[in-house]
Design a protein around this ligand. Structure first.
Ligand SMILES: [Mn+2]
Length: 430
């Protein structure tokens, strides 16, 4: 792990909150992700399942967390199962968690090696009535592969057909969407690393640099600051590439006079940040680019103010759409007739701004959060309006990450990352 160890108190608290929501006499189990094979003996780098990480801090493959708040013996209430390690394994594979180290990381005292899992689980199941299974119910999830969690759930349900089944996911969606202060600090740290990367590239971009050279600058800056790297696949889209919303080729040369849309951000300790900035290749915006840019910036600032406790996500998007409509009228991109004749299911503004404005952010870049429930303090959202104009060969999106406050406007975790036209031009021309 490149990141500094997180205080185990966070995970102790997270487990306590989860267990408080469990039904009487129930067991919940959470699995690590698999290490995904490429072919032969090659693998993708390990990425931990965010739920077991959230509840334990364990950032290692082949780990299982078992929670049983009503277990007859106290040492059975929280149990970790880990792949066995010893001095020989440490030499060949590097350091894995020992039982002592696992306690320091997670605050869990009962740690077994994985080979004892079925035996211990079986004892717990004789005491328990209900099993909490962890399915992926994220609104944007499309999963083709069978995860370790899914394999386990299949096996567990078949092995213990007489137990009641309950869902972990809605509990986790609610808990994970409201951040603890330690989590907000970690997200702030990820944002601060992103800031370093962005400032570095402001001094680097000039006509004829390539999108992949910009990507390399960012990767360098992120990793040297203890990040694993990008929190999600970076979008570095110059000129008309910005109008391909999920452009990730990053293989073109940046031409004088064009803009570059950069949706690029660092992770830290498995927490995301999610930033978008749009900058001029030459270091100067044209008048037209500036006009569109400032329209997007105004929508971002107005939208941010609406992220307050009680706001409903759907209604928020309707309101942002109204603000965007008035900006597009001002820019002459749509006219009054377009608005009068618009289809309420697909309003006129969507021709230039066709994606959502905000999503939850945290351990996942598109984090957990039940969108039909009102917003609460300490939820972290992105705010990311954009205007895309293929006819003019540019697109602009600006994105910050903000924390909903009990009172007043949200707190902007990206308040120090340059976004005003003047500041960006000044920094690019130093
Ligand atoms: Mn985003």
């Amino acid at each position: 792990m490149k990141y500094h160890q997180i205080n185990s108190a966070l995970f102790v608290k997270n487990r306590r909150k989860f267990m408080a929501e469990m039904k009487p006499n129930s067991v919940a189990v959470f699995n690590s992700n698999d290490i995904y094979p490429i072919s032969a003996d090659s693998t993708l780098p390990f990425a931990q399942h965010r739920d077991i990480f959230y509840l334990s801090g364990v950032d290692q493959e082949e780990s299982v967390l078992l929670l049983f708040p009503d277990a007859p013996y106290e040492h059975q209430r929280e149990i970790l199962f880990l792949r066995e390690t010893n001095d020989h394994i440490a030499v060949w594979e590097g350091e894995k968690l020992t039982k002592e180290r696992a306690f320091q990381v997670s605050g869990i005292r009962t740690v077994y090696w994985l080979q004892d899992f079925h035996k211990v689980l079986n004892e717990m199941m004789t005491y328990a009535d209900t099993m909490y299974i962890n399915t992926n119910e994220h609104y944007r999830a499309t999963v083709e592969t069978e995860t370790r969690e899914a394999r386990f759930v299949k096996w567990w349900k078949e092995r213990y057909p007489a137990h009641n089944v309950a869902k972990s996911n809605p509990i986790l969606q609610r808990l994970r969407s409201v951040k603890e202060s330690e989590e907000i600090d970690l997200i702030q740290h990820a944002c601060d690393i992103t800031e370093k990367g962005f400032r570095r590239l402001l001094g680097f971009v000039k006509p004829n640099v390539t999108e992949y050279e910009i990507e390399a600058e960012l990767a360098h800056e992120f990793i040297r600051n203890r990040s694993k790297g990008f929190a999600y696949t970076p979008i570095i889209a110059s000129g008309n590439n910005a109008n391909v919303l999920h452009y990730i080729e990053n293989n073109q040369q940046c031409k004088d006079g064009d803009l570059i849309l950069l949706d690029v951000a660092a992770e830290y300790a498995n927490y995301s940040s999610d930033m978008t900035r749009t900058i001029p290749v030459s270091g100067r915006f044209s008048e037209r680019q500036k006009a569109v840019y400032n329209a997007v910036l105004r929508v971002k600032n107005e939208a941010t103010k609406m992220l307050t406790p009680g706001t409903l996500w759907k209604q928020y998007h309707v309101e942002v759409g109204k603000i965007m409509t008035s900006e597009l009228l001002g820019l002459g991109l749509i006219d009054k007739a377009d608005v009068q004749n618009e289809n309420p299911e697909w309003p006129a503004y969507k021709k230039y701004f066709m994606h959502g404005t905000s999503h939850h952010m945290g351990l996942d870049t598109h984090d957990y959060g039940l969108l039909h429930e009102p917003m609460k303090a300490n939820m972290v959202f992105t705010v990311e309006p954009g205007i895309y104009i293929p006819n003019e060969k540019f697109g602009i999106r600006l994105e910050d990450n903000v924390v909903v406050q009990e009172k007043g406007e949200p707190f902007n975790l990206m308040r120090n990352i340059p976004v005003e036209v003047d500041e960006i031009e000044t920094l690019m021309n130093e």
